[in-house]
Design a binder for this molecule. Structure first.
Ligand SMILES: [Zn+2]
Ligand SMILES: [Zn+2]
Length: 123
């Protein structure tokens, strides 16, 4: 089981399951959205994701037509993304996890945007 939240704590969630994999995405959209060098994500089935609180403050931003980036409207923490053409799956932002085990990234996307001070995970 995984527990997570946003920075201000208004949004709280539980994922009823284990995270099977995590990925790093260095694409420019993720960098802009996270304010960091990568997004650290894990795809999970929506049916096992339970929002405990904060539904009223959650906001969705569509930078592209099909992909929503969901964040806390109070503190701005990125929480997950989802695609309209891929219902049933959300991509959890793993920096929001406060309890539970996160597997190390098995894949890195858009390495052309990866800062050269970050070591490659799979060499
Ligand atoms: Zn918040
Ligand atoms: Zn990305």
């Amino acid at each position: 089981m995984i527990k997570g939240q946003c920075l201000c704590g208004k949004v709280q969630y539980i994922y009823h399951g284990d995270l099977e994999k995590s990925i790093l995405c260095y694409c420019k959209h993720c960098q802009l959205a996270q304010g960091g060098f990568a997004a650290w994500n894990s795809p999970i089935p929506l049916e096992n994701f339970e929002l405990i609180s904060g539904e009223d403050v959650l906001k969705s931003y569509f930078h592209t037509e099909l992909k929503a980036r969901v964040f806390c409207g109070e503190c701005g923490s990125p929480l997950y993304s989802h695609r309209l053409d891929l219902p049933g799956v959300i991509r959890l932002r793993l920096g929001s996890v406060v309890e539970g085990k996160i597997p190390p990234p098995y894949e890195e996307f858009f390495q052309e945007y990866k800062p050269n001070f970050i070591e490659t995970i799979h060499s």
